[in-house]
Design a protein around this ligand. Structure first.
Ligand code: PLP
Length: 357
């Protein structure tokens, strides 16, 4: 099938095949990765490999630490302020959709949150231009969600927060294109879209931001403690890290992030071009802010939604239903979605349109 899930999402087939082949006996060790001590030499090598591949793919500068944690991005909504907001007690949040709204709400439990900009007025169909943001120069950090998974709104530029560290939830677009990590103070992402299975959260943090955690911060969620223990203060999500290391290797073999970006742009363009030509379907996100990863669309006649989904399912295209909070359809087309999946979807949409228009 072609799996358009928003996450946990489809993984590259060669990765799953390799994991299946190694399931019972990882590289002659006689053990499954699931059965290994996280402190044994076998898993330590997998962990080191995952770290170094991620550093290479994203060109992470040496003054940044990579942490492999648990708790997901929703956990980070609390873990980020617990670790960073204590610097001044205040933080700026830019709300461009459901996920950043949730982040801001959670952070307010730990300090003063300033909603520096919100796209609520446009029903979350755009990224407000930075000139309209009301940033607080005394904020501990500025938080954005670089890609809003539910409504398909993505930053195609990097905000300039001056001396204030920029924090980004990149759960749904990390590794989809090159980024300049040096422009951020901290990046976090749940693994289950572009990196691997759920259970792993990747945090990339600039060293000078460590050591400011609120006293009540749990040790397992204290970035400094995790950094000092190479993400092994508690047992890390070992199997998820292993799969992520295979995904990173696969990405490198595809030509790295510049190559995957070209592929992702080509894929998204085919789908958006068709949506723009059709009077039967629509996507209402501002063109310059449209997500390359999550493409929500609606049928003009929503009474046909179920028939559309059933027809898609019958043709092997699954998990196209939009998020329960907004309805409609959503095609999530992360790195692992091949071009054939996009072509099959557009061919089906044309066929459905011709049959019902
Ligand atoms: N942030 C973004 C951008 C997401 O897409 C998601 C999940 O789908 C989350 C946060 C929540 O992640 P989790 O459920 O792993 O905590």
């Amino acid at each position: 099938v072609f799996n358009f899930s928003s996450g946990p999402a489809a993984l590259p087939e060669p990765v799953l095949r390799q994991a299946a082949a190694e399931m019972l006996d990882w590289q002659g060790s006689g053990m499954s990765v699931m059965e290994m001590s996280h402190r044994g030499k076998e898993f330590m090598s997998i962990h080191a490999q995952a770290q170094s591949l991620l550093r290479e793919l994203l060109s992470i500068p040496p003054n940044y630490r990579v942490l492999f944690m648990q708790g997901g991005a929703i956990g980070e909504n609390a873990i980020v302020p617990m670790n960073l907001i204590g610097r001044t007690g205040r933080a700026d949040y830019i709300v461009t959709g459901d996920w950043s709204a949730k982040s801001a709400k959670e952070a307010a439990r730990y300090g003063k949150v300033n909603l520096a900009a919100s796209a609520e007025g446009s029903n979350y169909t755009e990224v407000p231009p930075q000139a309209t943001w009301k940033l607080d120069p005394g904020a501990s950090y500025v938080h954005i969600c670089s890609n809003e998974t539910i409504r398909g709104v993505e930053y195609h530029w990097t905000p300039d927060a001056g001396k204030v560290p920029l924090v980004a939830d990149m759960s749904s677009n990390i590794l989809s294109r090159p980024i300049d990590v040096g422009r951020y103070g901290l990046i976090y992402a749940g693994a289950q879209k572009n990196m691997g299975p759920s259970g792993l959260t990747v945090v990339i943090v600039r060293e000078d931001l460590l050591g400011h955690a609120l006293p009540a911060t749990p040790s397992a969620f204290n970035y400094q403690v995790q950094s000092e223990n190479d993400s092994m203060y508690n047992t890390p999500p070992t199997y998820a890290i292993y799969i992520a290391s295979l995904v990173f290797g696969w990405l490198k073999a595809q030509g790295g992030l510049a190559a995957i970006e070209r592929h992702n742009r080509d894929k998204a363009a085919i789908l958006y071009d068709y949506l723009d030509r059709s009077a039967f379907y629509r996507n209402t996100v501002a063109r310059e802010d449209r997500s390359l990863m999550n493409v929500p669309f609606r049928l003009k006649d929503e009474s046909l939604d179920d028939a559309f989904l059933q027809g898609a399912q019958a043709r092997g295209m699954v998990q196209l239903k939009g998020h329960r909070s907004v309805g409609g359809m959503r095609a999530s087309i992360y790195n692992a979605m091949p071009m054939e999946g996009i072509r099959a979807l557009v061919a089906y949409m044309e066929e459905f349109e011709a049959g019902h228009a």
